[in-house]
Design a protein around this ligand. Structure first.
Ligand code: HEM
Length: 458
């Protein structure tokens, strides 16, 4: 692990831990207050992980953190694992504020063949302990558990037709991703680095309590951790953690940017509702599907050759650039990226031909429902895993086909065929990103989240 000094958090951890950003190694250690802010430190600690990262985090002030515990009566929690929005803060425009720190745990079932009832009960007990330990919300913890098509192949039965969970595959001629075939994925989210780290430790059996609450069980005998991915989103964090490969040394990411590319994302009107992405029928009604991509960002040209106006045009729409609609990271846009208002999706082909450029948001917004709703909720975040600028794209949609359709719209191959816009050049943000891995998972409703069979009874 590059630069990780002798007293750095994570030193005792190895194997599967992703290295932190270069900044993780810049300070003299967890006790060193020089040259590294608490925010930056928290991000680095999440990237490194492990018991020592957690204790380092706590010794830098996290000890004072007062996080409310969850309800005693867990039946008060919604059945939808993905029901996050009602628990999350809103900004001045009513947009949901994404939890700032994230961990994704890719897990394999530790047993052979189909899971036993005993393992099912142990896993459920571990998840329930976490729910009792932390209230749901930005200050507490949100988490989901999902299962891959490979997991369901363990069973003789197929998934019901009401579930569209396809095997992951390459979704464009210009990508060649590795495919995630791990059994399960756990997504942990909180505004506090200490919370995601402690929840992870408790879940994996490396710590007996979480937020002072005893864990009744943990996942250590049930799952093996195959991979750990980490990240962050929100004002200040990308700027403070931009000293990684893929971003110019000049440090171009501004303080108000919630993501490395400089713009705000997740406007309320450009996200599907939780209802829209929920499976309606069958044994997994109340669940959803979870698409996961590991994306590498290459932002040298983005920041060093493209002008601000080009960046606005490529991210949103050429009209947004011409009319100078986006101030700073785009908070002034309110609760919508203003695609329809400016006729952007309908004019994508025309813009590609006459302006030689088409925007990412403009193209993606062509994949909408008849009533104008986007097809998916994006819960993605930036990352410094592997010491490189990246983005873990997490999206929720009722069917994986909804994701594939949206990704087709974003690819804009139709536009490239009929204009001077290239397959990736001036074609939104395709040129700046590379999909390294893809995985598809089913997020069952809460009551079926622990090692489900493909045809659960009730
Ligand atoms: C590489 C990093 C990415 C960044 C920085 C990014 C950023 C953005 C931004 C700033 C918007 C405009 C407004 C908003 O979010 O509310 C947007 C819209 C959108 N993006 Fe991305 N995006 C990325 C990757 C992706 C990927 C991989 C997909 C997958 C299909 C995607 C799908 C969408 C969709 C569906 C919309 C909304 C379209 C609508 O309004 O209907 N984005 N993105």
């Amino acid at each position: 692990m590059e630069n990780t000094g002798p007293s750095e958090p994570g030193e005792s951890e190895s194997g599967g831990r992703t290295s932190g950003a270069r900044d993780a190694g810049r300070s003299g250690g967890p006790g060193d207050e020089r040259g590294i802010s608490r925010r930056q430190f928290a991000k680095a600690a999440v990237a490194i992980g492990g018991a020592s990262a957690l204790s380092a985090c706590l010794s830098r002030g996290g000890d004072d953190l007062d996080v409310a515990t969850g309800p005693d009566d867990l039946s008060t929690l919604p059945s939808r694992q993905h029901a996050w929005d009602e628990y999350l803060n809103r900004d001045d425009h009513g947009n949901v504020v994404a939890p700032r720190h994230r961990v994704l745990l890719l897990l394999n079932y530790a047993g052979e063949g189909t899971p036993s009832d005993e393992d099912r009960e142990t896993a459920e007990s571990a998840f329930r302990s976490l729910e009792r330990a932390y209230e749901r919300g930005n200050d507490g913890l949100l988490f989901t558990v999902g299962y891959s098509p490979s997991y369901f192949e363990r069973f003789d039965d197929d998934l019901p037709e009401s579930v569209d969970l396809q095997d992951p595959r390459a979704l464009a001629p210009f990508e060649d991703p590795e495919l995630d075939r791990q059994d399960a994925v756990v997504h942990l989210a909180s505004d506090h680095a200490e919370v995601v780290l402690a929840a992870e430790q408790a879940l994996l059996g490396e710590q007996a309590t979480a937020n002072g609450v005893e864990m009744d069980a943990d996942l250590s005998g049930v799952f093996e951790r195959a991979e750990r991915r980490t990240g962050f989103i929100g004002e200040g964090l990308p700027a403070e953690n931009q000293d990684v490969d893929g971003i110019p040394d000049s440090g171009p990411v501004s303080e108000d940017a919630p993501l490395y590319m400089g713009f705000k994302s997740g406007f309320q009107k450009n996200q599907a509702s939780e209802d829209r992405v929920t499976i309606r029928d069958g044994p997994f009604a109340g669940g959803t599907t979870h698409q996961l991509s590991k994306i590498r960002l290459n932002l040298e040209q983005w920041y060093e050759q493209d002008s601000r106006s080009q960046r606005v045009g490529k991210m949103f729409c050429p009209v947004h650039a011409e009319e100078d609609l986006v101030e700073g990271a785009g908070d002034n846009l309110g609760d919508s990226a203003q695609m329809e208002q400016k006729g952007c999706p309908a004019h994508a082909e025309d813009h590609a031909r006459t302006k030689g450029m088409v925007g990412h948001s403009q193209k993606s917004a062509r994949a909408r429902d008849d009533d104008g709703s986007p097809l998916m909720i994006r819960r993605d975040f930036d990352s410094t895993d592997d010491g490189r600028a990246g983005l873990h794209f997490v999206s929720l949609q009722r069917t994986i086909s909804d994701f594939v359709d949206t990704r087709d719209a974003m690819n804009g191959e139709d536009l490239a065929e009929r204009s001077a816009v290239g397959q990736t050049n001036n074609n939104g943000i395709l040129q700046y990103m590379e999909v390294l891995r893809r995985g598809n998972f089913l997020l069952p409703p809460r009551e079926k989240r622990s090692l489900p069979t493909p045809k659960p009874k009730n």
